[in-house]
Design a protein around this ligand. Sequence first.
Ligand code: AMP
Ligand code: MG
Length: 410
Amino acid sequence: MSCYDLPGLLPFDQALVRMLNQLMPAEGDETLAITEAVDRVTAEPVRAKVNLPVFDNSAMDGYGLRYQDALNDRPLPIQGRVLAGQTLDEPLKPGHCVRIMTGAPLPEGCDTVVMQENAMETDQGVTFDPLPEQGANVRLHGTDLKAGDVILPAGHRLRPIDVALLTSVGLADVRVRRRLSVAVFASGDELQPAGTALEPGQIYDSNRPGLHALLDKLGVDVLDLGVIPDDPDALRQAFRTANDSCDLVISSGGVSVGEADFTRDILDQEGDIEFWKLAIKPGKPLAFGRLSQAWFVGLPGNPVSTLVTFHLIAVPAIRCLMGMPHQPLAQLNAITSEPLHKTPGRMDFQRGYWDVQDGTVQVRCTGSGQGSHQLSSLTGANCYIALEQDRGPVASGETVTLWLFDDAMA
Ligand code: AMP
Ligand code: MG
């Protein structure tokens, strides 16, 4: 235990490991047409159905020949022509060449293709200058992939480029995990939906729409339960409704120690809290655990804390439930171009903007301040400046570690 570990505050790494050790991919998979499967996660390794290339073919528009035949510089008469989609039914005759186009099958006996820019047609036949190496411009069958090769592992989230890969090896559909269902709600008597007039003391509920959009981006089914008042019975009902139909419940607010913070108590009564307070800033109060059927992540209410802990804790949980392996954010060392306020005791995830200046990776803080209510610090950022738990104030010019935003946040 570090001398700065505060009693009751769980270090970030430990929280992540404890959470991921408990979570298992949600059961259930289905077969989908590949074109319908973008953003879904493969349920099993995907294997090629055919060799790639499917047959030996030309990589150039030019002339196919038997290399030996071209060595004595005599013109080679054209035996025939073959375009992509066609075949030449007879083998290449000795001392001849074929006119061949990119993607056309190589006639039997033909081992080399000369690009047409290096060929000259005469009445006697075709001469070549320069003659490339033997085997040039030929794509041999099975050299890219062999039938039966695993081309994507299980737990891979399908991207548009994977659609091209899978269809190139003859697949029309793919076995994927079912969509995860995630409930989301915000709690707080002060919260009003955007588009309404605010009474004194009220603010707009920005966390729930933000979380909803982030969840949409992850490709899960979202059950939006709206804003729940600071009332224990209403909160209990929201968690029960979510538990009945979802894999995971994400709440915002009410999870701290204030007089209107009921989330933690309700979770304690309705399920098992695995951990509550984390040694991180922003986002110290965060509850993770299990209801009778669903998992829950109770996020803090301060808007920056909500979104940052969603990214750092809830996204790994969601990816795990979706069947994906844990993928930590990419890290990069940088020089801070300004001093950073930091006190030992919690790991800081300050919001920063990194770029390269004079060949050096530099970073600066974003927003009008780093307060957990200042959303501009997050929207202007492209990374976290991850300051270690034990670290104190950072001087300008010191090296810091960046955690780069990934596609969940960017
Ligand atoms: P809480 O975690 O409920 O104590 O809230 C902490 C701070 O975040 C308070 O200033 C709340 O008004 C604010 N807050 C809570 N929920 C939201 C929300 N959904 N949208 C915007 N701000 C919120
Ligand atoms: Mg509150």
